[in-house]
Design a protein around this ligand. Structure first.
Ligand SMILES: [Fe+2]
Ligand SMILES: [Fe+2]
Length: 347
């Protein structure tokens, strides 16, 4: 969506920058002067939280998973379902950034964050590949779940359709309709895929971690959850900024369509949670998961400056504590030491 460079003595001023459609106003290749400081800070936060899956030991997980008495059949079912879901879902998010969002968002500071986020999605894909391989799970079974398990297919189909809409050769970002389609994509990914569809999985898997089960996998899930909360905050802030810059998009009718999509997404996530938890385990059940999904959907609506629709309480306050974990966890202290003694700083 940008034209090639031309010679000019007209310099970029920050106040002329916009999140989308800069090609009509400013050079899209100049990070500085920075207008959207929040985007730059999210980029710095993402870098400060850098981690790699292979730095986390899977030894105890392997011992526990091999032990025939380590997990009940219901527990094995729910663990495999969630690793299966995440193993492809992270790829869909990465694809959407690179193929759809990046071509529409042509502001350089937002793009700087998008490049960071795209790499983090690659790390998340790597994490699930590493977990599945470490535990010698049937990778064919897990990586194909999004085509073979209806509850997973439903969610991924919801997301992938949003990417297809932007890849459609008739898509344009000039008309109000085209821009609304793009907002649909952003809300669908940042608000729903990363903001709702990941959360039953996070609650269920981290419930094992709270009992010291699958500690290596759960440590990685914690880092993913922390990354995802930054992705979502960046995305929702970017959406609100686009709407502020293009207020004609935010019609009452469009707002209603967003609310009904969030409602539909909550139902898909509840179907998924029910499929994962046909019976209650670990103090979790279908009812509590529904409460939680509704609670987080309300939070996403509020961030989009829409009225909440459920009014549910948070049945898992411990999740908020995990999300708030700052990087000063032991893991990062260890890692800094390792880097200093591991030769990485030798020039
Ligand atoms: Fe991710
Ligand atoms: Fe993400």
């Amino acid at each position: 969506m940008s034209e090639s460079i031309r010679m000019t003595d007209e310099r970029v001023s920050a106040d002329k920058k916009r999140v989308i459609n800069n090609d009509r106003v400013v050079d899209v290749n100049q990070l500085v002067p920075i207008k959207y400081k929040w985007a730059w800070h999210y980029y710095l936060d993402g870098c400060a939280n850098h981690w790699m899956p292979t730095e986390v030991s899977m030894q105890r997980d392997i011992e526990q998973w091999k032990d025939p008495k380590g997990f009940s059949p219901e527990e094995r079912h729910v663990i495999k379902r969630n690793f299966g879901f995440f193993s492809t879902a992270e790829t869909l998010v990465g694809n959407n950034i690179v193929l759809a969002i990046y071509k529409c968002v042509d502001n350089p500071e937002c793009r700087q964050y998008l490049l960071r986020q795209a790499f983090e999605e690659a790390i998340h894909v790597h994490a699930f590949q590493y977990i599945i391989e470490s535990l010698s799970m049937d990778d064919g079974e897990l990586f194909n779940m999004y085509r073979e398990v209806k509850a997973i297919y439903n969610k991924d189909e919801f997301s992938m359709k949003l990417t297809d809409d932007i890849l459609n050769p008739n898509f344009e970002l000039v008309s109000v309709q085209g821009q609304q389609k793009f907002i649909d994509n952003l809300i669908g990914y940042y608000g729903v895929t990363e903001g709702i569809f990941f959360y039953s999985g996070f609650v269920i898997l981290l419930s094992f971690g709270r009992q010291n089960r699958l500690p290596g996998a759960c440590e990685q899930i914690q880092y993913i959850l922390r990354d995802e909360s930054i992705h979502m905050n960046f995305g929702l802030e970017m959406i609100n900024t686009i709407i502020d810059e293009n207020p004609e998009l935010w019609t009452p009718r469009f707002q209603e369509s967003i609310v009904s999509k969030i409602r539909a997404a909550v139902e898909l996530e509840c179907i998924y949670a029910n499929d994962c938890l046909p019976t209650g385990i670990l103090g979790l059940n279908q009812h509590l998961l529904r409460e939680y999904i509704q609670y987080i959907a309300d939070r996403r609506l509020e961030r989009l400056r829409l009225r909440k629709i459920y009014g549910s309480e948070n049945p898992f306050p411990w999740m908020s504590e995990i999300i708030d974990l700052k990087k000063e966890k032991n893991f990062f202290e260890t890692r800094v030491t390792e880097y200093q003694t591991g030769g990485a700083l030798e020039w």
